[in-house]
Design a protein around this ligand. Sequence first.
Ligand SMILES: [Zn+2]
Length: 473
Amino acid sequence: MADVLDQQYQVLLTSSPLQRVGAFALASLAGVPHPDQLTVDLFKSAVDKMTRHLLATAEVAKSADPGGFWLGASYMLWPNSKMNPTARGKQLPDQRRQLIREWRDWRGLPEPAAWPAVPCAYCDRPACKWFGKVDIPLGASVEHRNTTAPGHEGTPLCYSCVASLWAFPYGASLSGGRAAVIHSWDDAFLAPVTRLAVKRTLAKAQALPVKTKAQPLWYARELAVLEAARSYDRRIHSGVELIVLSNSNKEQFLRVQEMGQPIAEWLRSTTTRTDRRAGYRVLVAAQASKTVPGEAFLAKRAFSDPAAVLHRTAAHLLGRVSAEGVLPAEAPGLAPLVYSYCIEVLNMDEKDVARIKDLASRLAALLGQDSRPGPFGGFMRANAKGGDLYGWFRSQSVQWLLKTRPKDMPRTLLPVEDYRLLFDDERAWSHRRLLVFAVMEALVEAGWQPKGSAEELEDIADVAESLVDEETN
Ligand SMILES: [Zn+2]
């Protein structure tokens, strides 16, 4: 019998992301690195800690008052729970405490004979009770529903699984009426990420409530995922999910986005690899818009549109050529980032990327023969939407044959394989933007700069704009 009871206090990791985050949060609350290390006593101590946090709100009149953090959070996380009934205002602190204990305290667990004789919906061990939407937040179930069918008693759960669900908010960032959770199936990554979130949540709960009218940060939640990936010191083995939810009566909300494993790992490599670290700030600057800071936009694109990162980078450099009349000296420093991004994130073939680099060096040799900005501008304009890049290559191929070319370069400017990459491939647009980047890189490497009238380059600002697809903030 003791075994059956003990099972209720032994946390297992299940297939529910919120339960998993909650399990790691319980481990953090108990001061151990992994849920596996939660003994029955440590588990109980972690649950007691959470209960104490809720009990402390019994003396608080309103959620905006000092110490009201968990009361405020309860309306979003656990509406209609025993800690925030409609009659709360009329209750004495003792009555409030009693209700919270009834709801949460493991000492009130029913006797096994009173259990529903069905398995826990998450871990398959015996459930101790039926639970409803007060305890099971939106997004916790596989179907992302927390409503119970009429006539049904709810969802059967064991105590350790429901306690994990109570704990997930500690592993979340609670702000703006939402809980934002970072989840990954890579346990080794999830552990430190959750530990940091718990530390922040505890600090926030302790702090005095502040009322600021500060502008919300752009893509702050996506940015937190980017920062988590970049600061992790081991390989990331799975994608990273960002789950944003509200269980509130006023507005039920759930959004799940995933940052793929390749881009999460690539972002990490921008801190771990020296050749990539150098260009990161330039790449970030290239992502910015008038209103959105670069790193926030990079984070957002890492979830929703990884190809846009390359397109924005090429467009940004070209925009600077137009604005400043010179090729940006930072282009070669960006090269390790850009090429690795194309291969590791955009899944371009390494051989294709090498071909595009070779083509770029031929184009740089061709364009570099003329110091006026015109020929360079002509190539860039041919890359704009509606530009005739194929026509440009046809006319320049003749020039390439007739003009002196470097001895080690082939007579053909655009071999058929390169033609295929630029004009007959599902990634043709990305290949062309990579080519734009690689040509600028090769020209800077060769020490070429446009001479003469910078005005001739002004109109390539439009070209830069057309390299990026329409995108709203
Ligand atoms: Zn369970």
